[in-house]
Design a protein around this ligand. Structure first.
Ligand SMILES: NC(=O)c1ccc[n+]([C@@H]2O[C@H](COP(=O)([O-])OP(=O)(O)OC[C@H]3O[C@@H](n4cnc5c(N)ncnc54)[C@H](OP(=O)(O)O)[C@@H]3O)[C@@H](O)[C@H]2O)c1
Length: 387
């Protein structure tokens, strides 16, 4: 029987790559639902190609337009956040692939878990906001949270068959270093949006491209890996690896290290999450080590890229601190993309919010949602003051 997949964020970078992986395995997968924010043209095209039972556009006007363009007897069209949750409840789904960007992915992830579906997570922000809760919920409902982000996927692959907690010494996440590797903090004051969006090795959505330039993305992955693999923060490290060939390492207590290497192409971790536990020949070509030639590693510059340290700090504080840091960062990145905040304003806003937040320990979902709203409002005030 085919695995029935629901793709949240189908019009984005990960969403479209996921559909291109699915195209390679028509006998294995069926697309049962699609969701995005407002890209009507693309979601209508996708719906006419994959014939899902339902689609959702969170933007109401965009959803009305999609409903006009799609055959009325063919596909249901939902709208708004409620529509997204209704889509996720669809009982004929085997796997929800969450490729939304940002905190909007939290409630659909929880609803997917509550209704008994495995979730493949590209959308790292919910794991940062509410990692403990999501992992607990997944355990209670006996569903799997499958990593789809390239570095957590690499760790997952390295730990496969090697996952005894007592045998793992530490994990090391690799980062390309982004477009500003080796630039000083003083130098970063003047960088432009255009330079920031020019990532040296990966082609991704705008938010994660900015997060890669500030190293916030790596910090978010540290928190994500901490929850997914239940490894203490003190045993999670970050190493800069500009070639983006080694996607992460696991070091074992006997001194052995296992790494996962491949071309920097997101279709590989996507395929692994979709076909798991099988490995199949796929779309990504193997690695030509002679052509790669050299693999180099260096330490991150914590001073020039303070977002990385702030993520560790928030994760150590625990409770609602990572929720607040994530929300502050989303607002700061949006403001940077809108030309309202300079590049180094991003760590500035993030730091300010973390300092002003009174942490709620072991928060329930309502407290997480409340902390998230508080932080977004405060971060907007902070941006306005810095304008
Ligand atoms: N891109 C990568 O290579 C990569 C690698 C690892 C992890 N990730 C993670 O994967 C996630 C997606 O990244 P991406 O690069 O694919 O992002 P992206 O290209 O910006 O796509 C985001 C998707 O989410 C939808 N969306 C955005 N805001 C929404 C909202 N408020 N409500 C409903 N849908 C919304 C977008 O719909 P519209 O098109 O209609 O706006 C689009 O389909 C992020 O969490 C990122 O950190 C990405």
């Amino acid at each position: 029987m085919k695995k029935r997949i629901l793709i949240l964020g189908s019009t984005g970078s990960i969403g479209t790559s996921s559909l291109s992986v699915i195209d390679q395995f028509p006998e294995r997968f069926e697309v049962i639902g699609l969701a995005a924010r407002r890209n009507v043209d693309l979601i209508v095209e996708q719906a006419l190609t994959y014939h899902p039972a339902a689609v959702c556009l969170v933007d109401e006007e965009a959803a009305e337009e999609a409903a006009r363009r799609l055959p009325h007897d063919g596909v249901m069209v939902f709208s708004g956040l409620q529509g997204l949750l209704k889509l996720v409840e669809c009982p004929d789904t085997d796997l929800v692939l969450n490729a939304l960007v940002g905190g909007i992915g939290l409630l659909p992830t929880i609803r997917a878990i509550e209704t008994g579906k495995d979730v493949a997570m590209a959308n790292k922000e919910p794991l940062v906001m509410a990692g403990r809760l999501l992992v607990q919920e997944a355990m209670e409902h006996r569903v799997q949270l499958l990593p789809l982000d390239s570095e957590p996927s690499a760790l997952w692959q390295c730990l496969r068959g090697n996952g005894k907690a007592t045998e793992v010494q530490r994990i090391l996440l690799t980062a390309s270093g982004g477009p500003f590797r080796r630039r000083s903090a003083d130098d970063l004051v003047h960088v432009t949006l255009e330079e920031t969006l020019h990532h040296p090795t990966w082609k991704m959505g705008r938010k994660i491209t900015v997060d890669s330039a500030t190293l916030m993305n790596k910090g978010l992955e540290v928190i994500e890996a901490h929850h997914l693999f239940q490894i203490p923060l003190s045993r999670i490290g970050v190493v800069i690896h500009p070639q983006s060939i080694v996607h992460s390492f696991v070091e074992f207590v006997d001194g052995s290290m296992i790494a996962q290497l491949s071309c920097p192409d997101m279709r590989l971790p996507i395929q692994y999450a979709l076909t798991y536990p099988d490995r199949l020949p796929g779309v990504v070509k193997g690695l030509d080590l002679m052509q790669v030639g050299q693999l180099t590693f260096e330490s991150p510059d914590w001073e020039a890229f303070p977002c990385l340290g702030l993520c560790y700090e928030a994760a150590e504080m625990g409770g609602t601190a990572p929720t607040v840091l994530n929300a502050a960062n989303e607002v700061a990145v949006e403001s940077f993309l809108a030309g309202e905040l300079p590049f180094m304003g991003i760590p500035g806003v993030n730091r300010e919010l973390l300092r002003h937040h009174r942490v709620v320990d072991d928060p329930c979902l309502d407290q997480i949602v409340e902390a998230d709203s508080w932080a977004r409002a405060r971060a907007r005030e902070a941006v306005n003051q810095k304008k």
